[in-house]
Design a binder for this molecule. Structure first.
Ligand SMILES: CC(C)(COP(=O)(O)OP(=O)(O)OC[C@H]1O[C@@H](n2cnc3c(N)ncnc32)[C@H](O)[C@@H]1OP(=O)(O)O)[C@@H](O)C(=O)NCCC(=O)NCCS
Length: 140
């Protein structure tokens, strides 16, 4: 069954301004270690690509925080919620630490989609709660 849904729209210009003000410290606050490595390599190749990567991660994490109903409150933290990628390119939510323990303990599963255009990045997250079938088919 659906446990929660969450959405977020992020102004890429705000992320650009935060990066200009706080430099790498801003990215370090938002991104997990794996994401930070991706951000660095994309930024090195083309700063705009790094910016877009950071903005979509920002929006996906906010959307996830809403879908679980906590917002940015413990055990939800920016860095414990990672947006990974399947070989097909589809984004997936990969949790760490206390957030992973809490999430899995509740039998939850998340689905995420992200998009971006010139000035905006947006995300949508659906969280499902795994429920056991009320009655199993009778064995004959
Ligand atoms: C949820 C949260 C990440 C949204 O951040 P934001 O970028 O400021 O705001 P957005 O415009 O993206 O979203 C706002 C909407 O999020 C939704 N929202 C707020 N708290 C939420 C929660 N715990 N779960 C799900 N959705 C929530 C509300 O619908 C809100 O709309 P409203 O202000 O019209 O009621 C942020 O409010 C948060 O972390 N809240 C929890 C911590 C908290 O309460 N801090 C403030 C008091 S100390």
């Amino acid at each position: 069954m659906i446990y929660g849904i969450g959405t977020d729209i992020c102004d890429v210009r705000r992320i650009r301004a935060s990066l200009a003000r706080h430099g790498d410290r801003f990215a370090q606050k938002i991104l997990s270690d794996a994401e930070l490595a991706t951000w660095k390599s994309r930024s090195a190749r083309w700063p705009e690509q790094g910016l877009r990567y950071l903005a979509t991660r920002f929006s996906a994490k906010e959307a996830f925080s809403k879908a679980i109903g906590l917002g940015m409150r413990l055990p939800m933290t920016w860095r414990l919620c990672e947006i990974g990628k399947l070989p097909s390119g589809q984004p997936v939510i990969v949790l760490h630490g206390g957030l992973k323990v809490w999430f899995e303990g509740q039998g939850l599963q998340a689905h995420v989609t992200v998009t971006d255009e010139t000035d905006y990045a947006a995300s949508f997250v659906v969280v499902e709660k795994m429920v056991e079938l009320a009655s199993k088919p009778r064995q004959i």
